[in-house]
Design a protein around this ligand. Structure first.
Ligand SMILES: *Cc1c(COP(=O)(O)O)cnc(C)c1O
Length: 372
């Protein structure tokens, strides 16, 4: 009665659409946070079958899960615990992001003890002011990394940073700082294989900043990283569909109040349809009463407050019956409301909508790796 369907053929299509834009740069598929709610393992298995170059995750726990599921593509993890010791990284052959000399030393010590070289990506903070070495700390980190690499215990695989996506001016400034930081590292004699800066938005906006690799999350799932552009503008196909069914219909008189807080009253005699999805499934409570759903190809506003398990739709005199399909969001080309519309109704972004879908939704996949 509550379904979440992930179309992995759409994910594969989106990878192709991104590859066409980046002119040979490697593509890192960002599959953190359970692949933005799409299911990390099935998504990664299909992308590995499609020959994706890298996987990106936030932390080592996610990377280990990928390896344990049989993923053999390179993986980078970039957000570490305060006392992370990196043993899991060497054991499971995971590359790690390094944000400071202290973290570099921990990684070096671990790799030396384990006797297995660890591949590192140095993170320079070019203005997001979140993770990474500040521009002031950068020369110190570079020279420490150079010495560390000389021991043979670590390899500097890459240098990376992340844009704030505030404005083209701010991003341009970060791009300049990134080029200065990578040039400085080279001038200081540090050898590394790749530079990577842009996520989905930067990859679409600044094709000249693709360097040797781009890190793509939201676009792989078929959603636009921008609030003012649609996925279809970038040849992306939304991969996630959430749907339910009408489980109860009742005919009520004029001026009947509906749901907690009586936020809606019928105008004239009307039919109320009950849909068994609520905030326990990740439907944002504050999306009502702006959110719209589709029943039998028609668009309706959610009439009641979204409750933990359910909501009500006033369908007026329309012929809506028990068992009729209710599309919560999915691919607009297939007639569903978009995740963006639901995000707008909740004053949020499509990233948050898909990532937190869960609860009692029954998951299924189309186009799983190894299948037909
Ligand atoms: C999440 C993340 C990405 C992917 O961002 P999208 O906007 O989803 O493409 C890339 N790089 C880093 C460092 C991230 O944390």
């Amino acid at each position: 009665m509550r379904q979440l369907i992930v179309d992995l053929n759409a994910v594969a299509h989106n990878l192709g659409a991104i590859r066409e834009r980046v002119h040979g740069a490697k593509v890192m598929a960002v599959v953190k946070a359970d692949a933005y709610g799409h299911g990390m393992i099935p998504v990664a298995k299909r992308l590995e079958q499609e020959g994706v170059d890298y996987f990106g995750v936030a932390d080592l726990g996610e990377a280990v899960e990928l390896r344990q599921a049989g993923i053999s593509t390179p993986i980078l993890a970039w957000l570490h615990a305060a006392d992370e010791d990196f043993r899991r990284a060497t054991e499971f052959n995971v590359e790690v992001g390094i944000n400071s000399e202290a973290q570099l030393n921990t990684a070096l010590t671990t790799a030396a003890v384990q006797g297995k070289p660890l591949r590192l990506h140095l993170k320079v903070d070019t203005g997001l002011n979140r993770n990474g070495a500040s521009v002031d700390e950068w020369p110190g980190l570079v020279s420490a990394a150079k010495s560390a690499a000389e021991t043979g215990h670590v390899v500097i695989a890459g240098v990376f940073s992340h844009l704030s996506s505030t404005s083209t001016t701010d991003d341009a400034q970060q791009i300049v700082r990134f080029e200065m930081a990578t040039s400085l590292a080279r001038v200081m004699g540090l050898e590394f294989e790749m530079r990577h800066l842009t996520a989905s938005d930067g990859t679409f906006n600044y094709p000249h900043a693709a360097y040797e690799m781009v890190r793509i999350g939201i676009a792989l799932y078929g959603l636009s990283p921008f609030s003012d552009n649609r996925a279809a503008d970038y040849d992306l196909i939304p991969a996630m569909t959430v749907k339910s069914e009408v489980v109860h219909v009742k005919r009520v008189p004029d001026n009947t109040p509906v749901g907690y807080g009586y936020e809606h009253r019928t105008v004239g005699e009307s039919s109320l349809a009950l849909v068994p999805i609520g905030y326990a499934e990740g439907l944002p409570r504050n999306a009502s009463p702006r959110a719209k759903v589709k029943i039998n190809g028609r668009t309706y506003r959610i009439s009641s407050r979204i409750a933990m398990d359910q909501f009500v739709v006033d369908v007026g005199d329309d012929d809506v019956k028990i068992g009729d399909e209710v599309l919560i969001f999915g691919n607009p080309a297939a007639g569903a409301p978009s995740a963006d519309e639901l995000a707008n109704a909740a004053r949020s972004i499509n990233y948050e909508i898909v990532t937190r879908m869960g609860g009692r939704l029954e998951r299924s996949y189309l186009g799983e790796a190894g299948g037909s």
